[in-house]
Unconditional design. Structure first.
Lengths: 245, 105
């Protein structure tokens, strides 16, 4: 298996491709994740309708927030009347749920660093779990074209918004998303990523540390802090294992 | 000075606040890392980060969602290992969890 992140040389730093072919490749790569994303978006639309959100508000949230888990969590906290305190509280909860994006972005930063700031500011708006999974896998296979991430992100964004509509209209039909395993869509995609990320048992130690710290955090703290503490513990372990390079 | 009540704009403002919070999360990691020099240690840490994020996300969720979810995720990983297809992994996992929940697990 190649280790392109370690094998990177300064001479490659000048290459910063962003091509139409790359974007089309990104659309192809994300298309296999689409069925799961559609189901997830329908579930969100249904939950939003059940909470009394209008279709316009539901679409706005899908378009501008564009973070499935945080949108579903927001439905737990959604209310008919809003105070400034409640709005601030919702923003804080959203930031905690989405804090994993900070680490996901950091893990791909060496790739993004070669591109202009404006391009990064643009494509990061469409940056999400599925996108990160695709980008990480593509990079680990030696890919360099940022178009893959842009194409996948844009295609997913459009499908995510469009698929929210039938969910909102058919709300009652998927009143219990658990029954169809919709709550497992993102965990399945994440778990499946272990296969292409596998680098043999030498890379296992940081993962074990990450898993143990995450489990411990989940026992002690409510919410999604376990993703952050576990991931950081794994990264720090990886950083200080001298034989891992 | 007091702000006027959010009133009828409450829902829109709430969505706006979520959108800003989420976009800042998307930017923050990339911006922060641009101030960190890529030493060998940092490089190795970043290399270990993707797998760590995956494991740290999935393991506690399995604990929260229960045994049926654990079996479904294992089946999905198995399907991914054999077919290398996220779609097959997803279908396998969702079929397993739906069946398990239908049977009352």
């Amino acid at each position: 298996m190649p280790l392109p992140q370690d094998a990177e040389t300064p001479t490659a730093a000048s290459a910063a491709p962003l091509t139409l072919q790359g974007m089309l490749l990104g659309v192809r790569k994300v298309s296999v994740l689409m069925p799961g994303i559609v189901v997830f978006a329908v579930a969100f639309g249904a939950a939003a309708a059940a909470k009394g959100m209008s279709l316009a508000q539901t679409l706005m949230m899908s378009a501008f927030v564009y973070g499935g888990v945080s949108q579903l969590v927001a439905m737990e906290l959604w209310r008919p009347e809003w105070s400034w305190g409640a709005i601030a509280g919702l923003a804080v909860v959203t930031a905690t749920v989405n804090a994993r994006m900070i680490l996901q972005g950091a893990s791909l930063q060496p790739w993004f660093a070669r591109y202009p700031k404006a391009i990064n500011a643009f494509h990061l708006f469409f940056f999400t779990d599925a996108n990160w999974l695709i980008g990480t896998r593509y990079r680990s296979e030696g890919g360099r074209d940022l178009g893959v991430l842009v194409g996948a992100g844009l295609a997913l964004w459009i499908v995510w918004i469009v698929a929210t509509v039938p969910g909102h209209m058919l709300g009652a039909l998927v009143a219990d998303p658990r029954r169809y395993g919709i709550d497992l869509v993102m965990p399945i995609f994440f778990a499946a990523m272990i296969v292409p990320l596998w680098r043999g048992s030498r890379g296992l130690v940081p993962w074990v540390v990450a898993g143990c710290v995450a489990l411990l955090t989940a026992k002690l703290v409510d919410g999604y802090a376990f993703i952050i503490t576990g991931s950081l513990a794994g990264a720090v372990t990886g950083a200080f294992r001298d034989d891992a390079a | 000075m007091t702000l006027p009540d959010p009133g009828a704009w409450g829902a829109v403002l709430a969505i706006g606040a979520m959108a800003v919070a989420t976009y800042l999360c998307r930017l923050a990691g990339v911006v922060l890392m641009s101030f960190v020099p890529l030493t060998p240690h940092v490089r190795r840490g970043l290399a270990a980060l993707p797998g760590s994020i995956v494991v740290a996300t999935v393991l506690p969720l399995i604990e929260r969602l229960g045994l049926a979810a654990a079996v479904a995720l294992l089946a999905a990983v198995g399907a991914m290992f054999v077919t290398r297809s996220e779609l097959v992994a997803l279908l396998t996992g969702m079929a397993m969890i739906s069946a398990a929940r239908l049977l009352g697990f």
